[in-house]
Design a protein around this ligand. Structure first.
Ligand code: IVH
Length: 682
């Protein structure tokens, strides 16, 4: 099948890309697939095979959604037209005043046509298309200047990489929308984070924003993000009469649009739609904290114009926060992986906005004393945009005198060990090295998906093994036998064997994953990768000094201190040695990639455009492995534009800015390939 003529292969690639994008849109946006997952996978694999075999990768290929290399920082980009904010209204009267004001400005008595949509609580972004191809995605930033997050936004499957509108594709168009996370997905993510000992996100908005602002697009790709497009920025080559027509165009061009949008005449009708959205807000899969009312007609919008930061033609009606009154039955203290002790209020279950709330984090003891929260108090609990409920106030008038304060613990509730409260910190922390609660949380993190990824060793089983004193430390996991496990309740021969097999399978992993799994405070996935790039193996980290770690670009004082503290502890080193003896095998591809102290492309920023003789991903990887940085937009700070065949508008931009344009052979020449590097290209 590979002896086809080149044109035939190109045609097949084009057809596969078109087909896969259409089925992707049916699956992710319309929720109405017409082929099976297996069939989709088959087409996808065929495309991947052709791309790798022939080095032809189309810009909108579904294989190109995940970027190759983590960025070191985001480039700043200016919006062609500022991304404005919205005026807020908190009552129906303020909305009625808004309508009166517009009628006065327009000198009309006639009813104005409005659109009403839910207000999404996420992160505003702008998608910029040129000749129908997505070339830039940026965050709102301060409204004038945002960050280039193209690589991350491309991983969101509902974002069209290429416009497929049947008749009307503008020359250039900037589309605005909100990236958000569904409530169910947010809760699932937080559950995983808690199990991994990571700080959960406070609300879906923070989760969405945190996922978009990730230097490693592979992390963004793992988060289930959605998009709702609702606005237009700069546009050349198309005219839309009104918001409604624009939304219809977005739909036809395969963009996801707000779940509800009504076009109505007069403010009373708009208020009715708003009330309906508010009444149904708990049935939406996403968090909404209001409704947005916009003047439908674009020419009237233009007449009304904008104030400094907000348009005159739109207003956001903020729904009342969802609150409930209930009683605190008890306050418990939970010990986390890093020893931080968090007070949690156990509430008399109460319905708030369609959800039953039975506990609420009280954050820390400063918060408890500031609000004077006591056991037995009647409190107001709020879910304001946030899914995690907060105690916002105590109803002191309901006190009977039997309420009991919850003092700062003097010892750890789990192990009875010392607790400390560091200068300037609100957190109370158990510092006992052998605190079983901390160890249990650490082991849960160690075995979790992002860590050593031991299938079958989730929270419940770790607790069980820990309770039966079978694992007290990471190393004990590797010493577990099938017979040990079979003795536990809930386990049979087969499930015990599966667990032992999964443990063994997990013992071959990378240094960076292992470093992350150890759960050293301050050492997340990215820091672990940076360290692995600079240390050949685990033993080379033994007794490392903070100064040596600080020399690594992007490793700060806290991380260096925590890592050095860990690797200077002889007890820890003994545990690591035991793990190696039990069969832990760590490869380190990150180090191999950065062996040269000074790399040929250090400090250079590249923008790649057009079709190159090698797959785009491979070329970007080579640039990164040689110290270069790959960016998606041409700016003054670009060192070279690497152009292949059929380069896009980036070439034009490079010429206008006077950035040198090089070809693939020039790149090879800059790299002056040594044998080790040549291998990377073969
Ligand atoms: S229209 C100039 N429509 O709310 C008009 N914004 O508080 C600007 N937002 O920055 C945006 N849902 O991030 C519009 N249906 C919607 C929206 C929406 C959420 C966000 C947007 C904006 C913020 C202003």
């Amino acid at each position: 099948m590979t002896d086809k003529r080149p044109e035939a292969i190109e045609t097949e690639i084009e057809q596969l890309v078109r087909k896969l994008n259409e089925h992707g849109h049916r699956y992710h946006v319309l929720d109405a697939p017409i082929i099976s997952d297996a069939e989709y996978d088959r087409l996808y694999r065929r495309l991947l095979h052709l791309e790798t075999a022939h080095g032809i990768i189309l810009p909108d290929s579904p294989t190109q959604r995940i970027g190759a290399v983590p960025l070191e920082r985001f480039d700043k980009v200016r919006h062609a037209e500022p991304m404005l904010s919205l005026e807020n209204a908190f009552s129906r009267n303020e909305i009625i005043d808004f309508d009166k004001r517009l009628k006065r400005l327009l000198r009309t008595d006639g009813e104005i046509e409005y659109t009403v949509e839910p207000k999404y609580d996420g992160l505003a972004i702008e998608l910029s298309y040129r000749k129908g191809v997505l070339w830039l995605a940026s965050t709102r930033g301060d409204g004038y200047e945002g960050e280039d997050v193209t690589g991350n936004i491309r991983t969101i499957r509902t974002v069209p990489l290429k416009l497929e509108h049947p008749e009307n594709i503008p020359e250039e168009i900037d589309i605005r929308g909100e990236v958000f996370m569904d409530i169910a997905e947010f809760e699932e993510l937080n559950k995983e984070r808690r199990q991994a000992g990571e700080q959960p996100f406070a609300n879906p908005r923070n989760a969405a924003a945190g996922s978009v602002r990730q230097l490693d697009s592979a992390v963004t790709a793992r988060r289930k993000l959605h998009l709702a497009c609702y606005g237009i920025g700069a546009c050349r080559g198309a005219l839309f009469a009104n918001q409604n027509a624009f939304i219809q165009w977005l739909k036809a061009a395969r963009f996801p649009v707000p779940a509800v949008m009504h076009t109505v005449t007069g403010i009373d009708a708009a208020l009715a739609v708003m009330a309906d959205i508010e009444a149904h807000r708990s049935t939406f899969s996403f968090e909404t904290d209001g409704a947005v009312i916009k003047v439908n007609d674009f020419s009237i919008q233009k007449t009304l114009g904008t104030k400094t930061r907000e348009p005159r033609w739109a207003i956001a009606y903020k729904f009342a926060a969802q609150r409930g009154t209930t009683r605190i039955n008890a306050i418990t203290a939970r010990v986390g992986r890093t020893g931080v002790i968090t007070p949690v209020a156990e509430l008399e279950p109460v319905q708030i906005g369609g959800v039953i709330v039975s506990n609420s984090s009280l954050h820390n003891w400063d918060e408890i004393s500031r609000k004077d929260i006591r056991i037995g108090d009647t409190v107001i609990v709020e879910r304001a945009g946030d899914v995690i409920p907060h105690v916002i106030a105590v109803l002191k008038e309901s006190r009977t005198g039997d309420e009991k304060p919850f003092p700062v613990p003097q010892t750890c509730p789990a192990c009875g060990g010392f607790v400390v409260r560091e200068e300037g910190e609100v957190a109370v922390r158990c510092v006992a090295l052998d605190c079983p609660a901390q160890m249990r949380e650490k082991i849960i993190h160690f075995a979790s998906r992002g860590g050593m990824d031991i299938e079958g060793l989730g929270e419940k089983n770790v607790e069980l093994l820990h309770e039966h004193a079978l694992i007290r430390h990471f190393a004990d996991i590797y010493a577990l036998s099938k017979d040990d496990i079979m003795r536990l309740p809930r386990f049979g021969e087969k499930s015990a064997r599966n667990l032992v097999d999964a443990i063994h399978a997990s013992m071959n992993t990378t240094l960076s994953r292992f470093l992350y799994a150890l759960g050293i405070p301050q050492v997340g996935e990215y820091a672990a990768k940076l360290v692995a790039r600079n240390f050949e193996n685990l033993q080379s980290l033994y007794r490392v000094t903070p100064a040596r770690l600080l020399a690594i670009h992007q490793i700060g004082g806290k991380t260096a201190g925590a890592l050095a503290g860990f690797f200077q502890d002889e007890g820890n080193l003994r545990v690591l040695d035991r793990m190696l003896k039990l069969g832990l095998r760590l490869s380190n591809p990150d180090f191999a990639a950065s062996r040269h102290a000074v790399r040929p492309l250090d400090g250079l920023t590249f923008v790649v455009t057009g079709t190159l003789p090698k797959p785009r991903q491979e070329v970007e990887e080579v640039i990164a492995q040689n110290g270069g940085h790959v960016s998606s937009t041409v700016s003054k700070s670009t060192s070279y534009v690497l152009a292949g065949e059929n380069p896009g508008s980036k070439l034009h931009k490079a010429r206008t800015l006077g950035i040198p344009v090089i070809g693939y052979p020039d790149l090879l020449r800059i790299l002056k390939p040594k044998p080790a590097q040549q291998k990377l290209f073969s």
